[in-house]
Design a protein around this ligand. Structure first.
Ligand SMILES: C[S@@+](CC[C@H](N)C(=O)[O-])C[C@H]1O[C@@H](n2cnc3c(N)ncnc32)[C@H](O)[C@@H]1O
Length: 237
Protein backbone atom coordinates (compact mmCIF):
# COMPACT_ATOMS: atom_id res chain seq x y z
CA UNK A 1 0.00 0.00 0.00
CA UNK A 2 1.30 3.48 -0.83
CA UNK A 3 1.98 6.09 1.81
CA UNK A 4 1.80 9.87 1.76
CA UNK A 5 4.43 10.62 -0.89
CA UNK A 6 6.36 13.45 0.74
CA UNK A 7 7.12 14.20 4.37
CA UNK A 8 5.71 17.69 3.59
CA UNK A 9 7.68 20.14 5.71
CA UNK A 10 5.55 22.73 7.48
CA UNK A 11 6.62 25.46 5.08
CA UNK A 12 6.05 23.43 1.90
CA UNK A 13 2.87 25.32 0.97
CA UNK A 14 4.62 28.66 1.35
CA UNK A 15 7.61 27.52 -0.69
CA UNK A 16 5.41 26.11 -3.47
CA UNK A 17 3.31 29.29 -3.60
CA UNK A 18 6.39 31.52 -3.79
CA UNK A 19 7.91 29.31 -6.45
CA UNK A 20 4.85 29.55 -8.69
CA UNK A 21 4.70 33.30 -8.12
CA UNK A 22 8.31 33.50 -9.38
CA UNK A 23 7.78 31.46 -12.54
CA UNK A 24 4.21 32.59 -13.32
CA UNK A 25 5.12 35.06 -16.07
CA UNK A 26 6.78 32.45 -18.29
CA UNK A 27 4.71 29.50 -17.07
CA UNK A 28 2.60 29.01 -20.23
CA UNK A 29 5.52 29.39 -22.63
CA UNK A 30 7.54 26.91 -20.60
CA UNK A 31 4.65 24.43 -20.62
CA UNK A 32 4.20 24.61 -24.37
CA UNK A 33 7.89 24.44 -25.28
CA UNK A 34 8.93 21.76 -22.82
CA UNK A 35 6.00 19.47 -23.56
CA UNK A 36 6.50 19.99 -27.33
CA UNK A 37 2.96 21.43 -27.38
CA UNK A 38 1.45 18.24 -25.90
CA UNK A 39 0.23 19.89 -22.70
CA UNK A 40 -2.89 21.34 -24.27
CA UNK A 41 -3.72 18.00 -25.90
CA UNK A 42 -3.42 16.35 -22.45
CA UNK A 43 -5.81 18.94 -21.02
CA UNK A 44 -8.26 18.32 -23.89
CA UNK A 45 -8.19 14.60 -23.03
CA UNK A 46 -8.99 15.53 -19.42
CA UNK A 47 -12.01 17.54 -20.59
CA UNK A 48 -13.22 14.62 -22.73
CA UNK A 49 -13.12 12.06 -19.91
CA UNK A 50 -14.95 14.50 -17.61
CA UNK A 51 -18.00 14.17 -19.89
CA UNK A 52 -19.55 17.49 -18.82
CA UNK A 53 -23.30 17.72 -19.50
CA UNK A 54 -24.91 21.06 -20.40
CA UNK A 55 -25.44 23.22 -17.33
CA UNK A 56 -23.19 21.21 -15.02
CA UNK A 57 -20.83 22.76 -12.47
CA UNK A 58 -17.05 22.29 -12.81
CA UNK A 59 -14.29 23.08 -10.33
CA UNK A 60 -10.68 23.14 -11.57
CA UNK A 61 -8.39 23.00 -8.54
CA UNK A 62 -4.80 24.36 -8.73
CA UNK A 63 -5.92 26.05 -11.94
CA UNK A 64 -2.73 28.07 -12.36
CA UNK A 65 -3.02 30.35 -15.38
CA UNK A 66 -6.40 28.82 -16.20
CA UNK A 67 -5.88 26.70 -19.34
CA UNK A 68 -8.00 23.75 -18.19
CA UNK A 69 -10.76 25.93 -16.70
CA UNK A 70 -10.79 27.85 -20.00
CA UNK A 71 -11.41 24.59 -21.88
CA UNK A 72 -14.19 23.52 -19.50
CA UNK A 73 -15.83 26.87 -20.12
CA UNK A 74 -16.29 25.83 -23.78
CA UNK A 75 -18.18 22.63 -22.94
CA UNK A 76 -21.58 24.13 -22.16
CA UNK A 77 -21.00 23.86 -18.42
CA UNK A 78 -23.32 26.07 -16.38
CA UNK A 79 -20.63 27.11 -13.91
CA UNK A 80 -16.83 26.93 -14.09
CA UNK A 81 -14.65 27.80 -11.10
CA UNK A 82 -10.84 27.96 -11.18
CA UNK A 83 -9.20 27.80 -7.75
CA UNK A 84 -5.54 28.34 -6.86
CA UNK A 85 -3.62 29.56 -3.83
CA UNK A 86 -1.14 31.65 -5.84
CA UNK A 87 -2.44 35.13 -6.61
CA UNK A 88 0.13 35.74 -9.36
CA UNK A 89 -1.09 32.69 -11.31
CA UNK A 90 -4.72 33.74 -10.82
CA UNK A 91 -3.95 37.26 -12.05
CA UNK A 92 -2.66 35.80 -15.32
CA UNK A 93 -5.76 33.59 -15.61
CA UNK A 94 -8.04 36.60 -15.11
CA UNK A 95 -6.15 38.49 -17.80
CA UNK A 96 -6.11 35.60 -20.30
CA UNK A 97 -9.78 34.81 -19.88
CA UNK A 98 -11.12 38.34 -19.38
CA UNK A 99 -14.71 38.55 -20.56
CA UNK A 100 -15.36 34.83 -19.92
CA UNK A 101 -17.70 33.90 -17.09
CA UNK A 102 -15.20 31.74 -15.23
CA UNK A 103 -15.05 32.42 -11.47
CA UNK A 104 -11.47 32.72 -10.20
CA UNK A 105 -11.13 31.92 -6.52
CA UNK A 106 -8.10 32.08 -4.25
CA UNK A 107 -8.16 29.06 -2.00
CA UNK A 108 -6.44 25.91 -0.79
CA UNK A 109 -6.97 22.48 -2.33
CA UNK A 110 -6.99 20.98 1.17
CA UNK A 111 -9.74 23.25 2.44
CA UNK A 112 -12.11 24.02 -0.40
CA UNK A 113 -14.46 26.95 0.27
CA UNK A 114 -17.51 25.09 -1.11
CA UNK A 115 -20.41 23.16 0.39
CA UNK A 116 -20.63 19.36 0.10
CA UNK A 117 -21.89 18.15 -3.27
CA UNK A 118 -21.47 21.48 -5.11
CA UNK A 119 -19.87 20.18 -8.34
CA UNK A 120 -20.48 17.62 -11.08
CA UNK A 121 -16.81 17.63 -12.08
CA UNK A 122 -13.66 18.36 -10.08
CA UNK A 123 -10.36 18.43 -11.95
CA UNK A 124 -6.74 18.97 -11.04
CA UNK A 125 -3.95 19.12 -13.63
CA UNK A 126 -0.29 18.91 -12.58
CA UNK A 127 -1.34 20.17 -9.17
CA UNK A 128 -1.86 17.27 -6.77
CA UNK A 129 1.83 16.44 -6.35
CA UNK A 130 2.44 20.02 -5.19
CA UNK A 131 -0.12 19.82 -2.39
CA UNK A 132 1.41 19.11 1.01
CA UNK A 133 -1.21 16.50 1.98
CA UNK A 134 -2.56 14.99 -1.25
CA UNK A 135 -4.79 12.48 0.57
CA UNK A 136 -6.53 15.30 2.35
CA UNK A 137 -6.99 17.09 -0.99
CA UNK A 138 -8.53 13.93 -2.51
CA UNK A 139 -10.97 13.76 0.42
CA UNK A 140 -11.92 17.38 -0.21
CA UNK A 141 -12.49 16.72 -3.93
CA UNK A 142 -14.81 13.81 -3.10
CA UNK A 143 -16.64 15.92 -0.50
CA UNK A 144 -17.52 18.71 -2.96
CA UNK A 145 -18.58 16.27 -5.71
CA UNK A 146 -22.24 15.33 -6.13
CA UNK A 147 -23.10 11.62 -6.32
CA UNK A 148 -22.31 10.59 -9.90
CA UNK A 149 -19.78 13.44 -10.17
CA UNK A 150 -16.37 12.81 -11.75
CA UNK A 151 -12.90 13.54 -10.41
CA UNK A 152 -10.33 13.99 -13.19
CA UNK A 153 -6.63 14.04 -12.29
CA UNK A 154 -3.87 14.78 -14.77
CA UNK A 155 -0.37 14.31 -13.40
CA UNK A 156 3.17 13.65 -14.55
CA UNK A 157 4.55 10.14 -14.30
CA UNK A 158 7.96 8.62 -15.01
CA UNK A 159 8.36 7.38 -18.60
CA UNK A 160 9.29 3.69 -18.39
CA UNK A 161 10.24 2.32 -21.84
CA UNK A 162 13.85 1.20 -22.37
CA UNK A 163 14.79 3.28 -25.40
CA UNK A 164 12.24 6.07 -25.86
CA UNK A 165 11.62 6.05 -22.10
CA UNK A 166 15.33 6.48 -21.40
CA UNK A 167 15.51 9.37 -23.86
CA UNK A 168 12.46 11.00 -22.24
CA UNK A 169 13.96 10.52 -18.74
CA UNK A 170 17.23 12.09 -19.84
CA UNK A 171 15.31 15.04 -21.29
CA UNK A 172 13.18 15.47 -18.14
CA UNK A 173 16.06 14.99 -15.69
CA UNK A 174 18.92 16.78 -17.41
CA UNK A 175 17.67 19.13 -20.12
CA UNK A 176 14.28 20.51 -19.07
CA UNK A 177 15.22 21.82 -15.58
CA UNK A 178 18.05 23.88 -17.09
CA UNK A 179 16.31 25.29 -20.16
CA UNK A 180 13.05 25.94 -18.28
CA UNK A 181 14.89 27.76 -15.47
CA UNK A 182 16.75 29.84 -18.05
CA UNK A 183 13.48 30.72 -19.83
CA UNK A 184 11.74 31.63 -16.57
CA UNK A 185 14.78 33.58 -15.34
CA UNK A 186 14.69 31.42 -12.20
CA UNK A 187 17.89 30.88 -10.21
CA UNK A 188 16.34 29.18 -7.23
CA UNK A 189 15.78 25.74 -8.64
CA UNK A 190 12.04 25.84 -9.35
CA UNK A 191 12.30 23.42 -12.24
CA UNK A 192 14.70 21.13 -10.41
CA UNK A 193 12.04 21.01 -7.67
CA UNK A 194 9.37 20.19 -10.27
CA UNK A 195 11.53 17.34 -11.64
CA UNK A 196 12.28 15.99 -8.17
CA UNK A 197 8.66 16.29 -7.07
CA UNK A 198 7.61 13.96 -9.90
CA UNK A 199 10.14 11.35 -8.73
CA UNK A 200 9.04 11.69 -5.10
CA UNK A 201 5.32 11.50 -5.81
CA UNK A 202 3.01 8.49 -6.22
CA UNK A 203 3.36 6.56 -9.47
CA UNK A 204 0.33 6.55 -11.77
CA UNK A 205 -0.73 3.16 -10.33
CA UNK A 206 -0.40 4.42 -6.76
CA UNK A 207 -2.38 7.55 -7.58
CA UNK A 208 -5.18 5.43 -9.05
CA UNK A 209 -5.04 3.31 -5.87
CA UNK A 210 -5.37 6.45 -3.74
CA UNK A 211 -8.46 7.46 -5.70
CA UNK A 212 -10.02 4.06 -4.94
CA UNK A 213 -9.00 4.51 -1.29
CA UNK A 214 -10.85 7.86 -1.31
CA UNK A 215 -13.98 5.83 -2.13
CA UNK A 216 -14.21 6.75 -5.79
CA UNK A 217 -15.63 4.04 -8.05
CA UNK A 218 -14.95 3.10 -11.70
CA UNK A 219 -11.41 4.49 -11.53
CA UNK A 220 -9.78 4.35 -14.97
CA UNK A 221 -6.30 5.52 -15.93
CA UNK A 222 -4.53 6.15 -19.19
CA UNK A 223 -0.87 6.86 -19.91
CA UNK A 224 -0.13 9.80 -22.21
CA UNK A 225 2.85 10.46 -24.52
CA UNK A 226 5.38 7.75 -23.59
CA UNK A 227 4.04 7.74 -20.04
CA UNK A 228 5.30 11.26 -19.31
CA UNK A 229 1.83 12.01 -17.94
CA UNK A 230 -1.20 9.98 -16.87
CA UNK A 231 -4.89 10.78 -16.81
CA UNK A 232 -7.21 9.31 -14.17
CA UNK A 233 -10.96 9.49 -13.73
CA UNK A 234 -13.08 8.27 -10.87
CA UNK A 235 -16.78 8.60 -10.01
CA UNK A 236 -18.31 9.55 -6.68
CA UNK A 237 -20.84 6.80 -5.91
C1 LIG B 1 2.13 23.04 -12.15
S1 LIG B 1 0.89 24.25 -11.79
C2 LIG B 1 -0.50 23.62 -12.70
C3 LIG B 1 -1.42 24.72 -13.17
C4 LIG B 1 -2.54 24.30 -14.09
N1 LIG B 1 -3.44 23.37 -13.48
C5 LIG B 1 -2.04 23.76 -15.40
O1 LIG B 1 -2.57 22.77 -15.89
O2 LIG B 1 -1.13 24.37 -15.98
C6 LIG B 1 0.45 23.88 -10.12
C7 LIG B 1 -0.47 24.89 -9.49
O3 LIG B 1 -0.91 24.34 -8.25
C8 LIG B 1 -1.09 25.41 -7.35
N2 LIG B 1 -1.16 24.83 -6.01
C9 LIG B 1 -0.22 24.08 -5.39
N3 LIG B 1 -0.64 23.71 -4.17
C10 LIG B 1 -1.88 24.22 -4.01
C11 LIG B 1 -2.84 24.18 -2.97
N4 LIG B 1 -2.60 23.53 -1.81
N5 LIG B 1 -4.02 24.81 -3.15
C12 LIG B 1 -4.28 25.48 -4.30
N6 LIG B 1 -3.41 25.58 -5.31
C13 LIG B 1 -2.22 24.95 -5.19
C14 LIG B 1 0.09 26.32 -7.65
O4 LIG B 1 -0.11 27.64 -7.18
C15 LIG B 1 0.17 26.24 -9.17
O5 LIG B 1 -0.58 27.26 -9.79
Amino acid sequence: MSVEPQPAPADKALRVREMFARIARRYDLNNRLHSFWRDQAWRRSAVRVAAVQPGQAVLDVACGTGDLAGMFDRTGAGRVVGLDFCEEMLDLARLKFAGRRIEWVRGDAMELPFADGSFDVVSIAFGIRNVSQPRRALEEFVRVLRPGGRLVVLEFDRPRGRVLGAAARFYLDQVMPRTAAWLAGDREGAYAYLRDSVKAFWTAEELAGEMVRSRLSDVVSRRLTLGIAALHRGVRP
